[in-house]
Design a protein around this ligand. Structure first.
Ligand code: ZN
Ligand code: ZN
Length: 222
């Protein structure tokens, strides 16, 4: 795994020390999500389970969810670097982490959650799209960025789980007919409301199954 990619003017996306996308110290403290995981939603569990409360929140349309790391201190800093657009290689790091931690899904195509238009226009950063392209390349799957469109973007930040669910419900629309099994990619899963909304649109447009892969996720139960 090529996590330590030395570049001439590279700094650690977490602590800022010169040398690598993420320095050896920060890499060592990346909170990898390792078993036992809920087999459906990938939530870390104290013991083996079949389903869990996160599954209930995700509803029935979502297939499986898998993420590489928990959104802890280092994970948060990486996400901030990524969203700020100051460190594009964070997307490469995220893809390397996902490939290392998540088995290749058995999908037919990869679809990213559409990034917030304001962020894409302002900073030119579309984290989920960048990650989806890199994963498509590594997993040898086609990527389609035109199947799911963001139709409104009221921010999710600061909302309760119920408010997020309501807010996200009408955020996306599928374009055309979607065929086959889709791997839906996002940078982070918080409550799952955004992912649930995206999955429902893809399923309604014809997708036979939609599994979700994210770089990071909020883990609240451990
Ligand atoms: Zn560091
Ligand atoms: Zn679960």
């Amino acid at each position: 795994m090529d996590l330590v990619r030395l570049l001439a003017d590279q700094r650690c996306a977490s602590c800022g020390v010169r040398g690598a996308i993420v320095c050896r110290l920060c890499r060592g403290s990346l909170p990898w999500l390792a078993g036992p995981l809920c087999p459906r939603c990938g939530e870390p569990e104290r013991e083996a389970v079949i389903r869990c409360p996160v599954c209930r929140r995700l509803g029935t349309a979502v297939g499986t969810v898998r993420s590489a790391i928990a959104l802890s201190d280092v994970g948060n800093k990486l996400m901030r670097s990524w969203k700020d657009g100051a460190r594009a290689p964070v997307a490469e790091l995220a893809a390397a982490c996902v490939v290392a931690a998540v088995p290749r899904p058995t999908g037919d195509l990869i679809v990213p959650i559409p990034g917030a238009r304001s962020r894409v226009a302002w900073r030119g950063i579309d984290g989920p799209c960048d990650l989806a392209r890199m994963l498509a390349c590594r997993w040898h799957l086609p990527v389609r960025t035109d199947l799911l469109e963001r139709v409104h973007e009221r921010p999710q930040r600061g909302l309760t789980a119920a408010q997020r669910q309501h807010n996200a419900a009408g955020a996306f629309a599928a374009r055309g007919v979607v065929e086959g099994r889709v791997v839906l990619v996002d940078d982070v899963m918080t409550t799952g409301a955004t992912l649930r909304a995206g999955v429902r649109q893809l399923r309604q447009a014809g997708a036979g199954r939609v599994d979700v892969v994210t770089f990071a996720r909020v883990v609240t139960r451990l």
